[in-house]
Design a protein around this ligand. Structure first.
Ligand code: CP
Length: 298
């Protein structure tokens, strides 16, 4: 089985193989399909999603899979069925892989008896490996390396699975990652830097939204005050290094963590990240089905 639950499932070589496959999917392997045609895959999203859900679906359809969309609200989960029994049902009725997003941290620990690959599309504030891989691809394409990169991630760190997966992988691959934002949202073991200092230091400025669905709030602050104190304003953008880029996993809350005019500013790679997300998800699905990395050069 080639499940992908967290970045720790991947060796450094695995990570670079996925990035390489993703790059080929943008070039010579655009039309490559799984030799196992019409493989049934199910996308089980127990939490809202636009990008992850539909870029997995786009990737799967391009690879020749048949895709089942699962609506948790219309499923037997509403009658009290467990996550394990739900996933086991998909296995027993012929599905060959499941992609799961769930609000519970490490929900996959309940799924140890499942015998088809599981791809984690986000667990609570735990892990978001496909987002991490698309971030790595975006940085690698921009800078030609991940070693020695300086990255600041700013905002609601305490509730962010992007922060945790990116920290784990980027530090392992030789980048320096620091965190900024309100003190309330710092996370033990996550090194901090004042955002106004970090903005001039970083190669990558990654902004995060406030995860209100996980209880985050700064009740005493207006959106305008938050943007001024912790957000990416035009003034901060003007102090970034010439070569530096802006990223955001999205969805973006325009005018809160980032000035709306900066979402598509020249340094922004926010929409490019979404395209890269589809590419890495093709590579993740190919791996999940047991196909070895492409040998072709770029
Ligand atoms: N970045 C991300 O996970 O976006 P969605 O919640 O829309 O999937």
């Amino acid at each position: 089985q080639y499940s992908l639950l967290s970045m720790s499932d991947l060796s450094d070589d695995d990570i670079f193989s996925i990035l390489h496959d993703a790059k080929l999917f943008d070039n010579s392997m655009k039309d490559w399909q799984l030799p196992m045609h019409n493989a049934l895959v199910a996308n089980l999203f127990f939490e809202n999603s636009t990008r992850t859900h539909f870029s997995f679906e786009s990737a799967q359809l391009q690879l020749g899979c048949k895709v089942a969309d699962f609506d948790a609200k219309a499923s037997s989960v509403q009658k009290g069925e467990s996550l394990y029994d739900t996933v086991k049902t998909f296995e027993m009725i012929g599905y060959k892989c499941v992609v799961i997003r769930h609000p519970k941290d490490e929900y996959f620990k309940e799924l140890e008896g499942i015998n088809i690959p599981i791809v984690n599309a986000g667990d609570g504030k735990g892990n978001h490996p496909s987002q991490c891989l698309l971030d790595l691809l975006t940085f690698y394409n921009e800078f030609g390396t991940l070693r020695g990169l300086k990255i600041v991630i700013c905002g609601d760190i305490s509730h962010s699975r992007v922060a945790s997966s990116d920290k784990e992988a980027l530090e392992r691959l030789g980048s320096t990652v620091v965190f900024a934002g309100p003190k309330e949202w710092e996370r033990p073991g996550y090194p901090t830097m004042d955002f106004d200092q970090a903005i001039e230091w970083a190669d990558v400025v990654m902004m995060l939204r406030i995860q209100k669905e996980r209880g985050a709030s700064l009740a005493s602050m207006t959106n305008e005050e938050y943007l001024k104190q912790y957000g990416l304003t035009k003034e901060r953008y003007s102090r970034m290094q010439k070569h530096a880029i802006v990223c955001h996993p999205a969805p973006v809350n325009r005018g809160i963590e980032i000035d709306t005019d900066l979402v598509e500013a020249p340094k922004s790679r926010i929409f490019l990240q979404m395209h890269n997300g589809m590419l890495v998800r093709k590579a993740i699905m190919k791996r999940a089905f047991g196909y070895a990395p492409f040998k072709e050069n770029l």
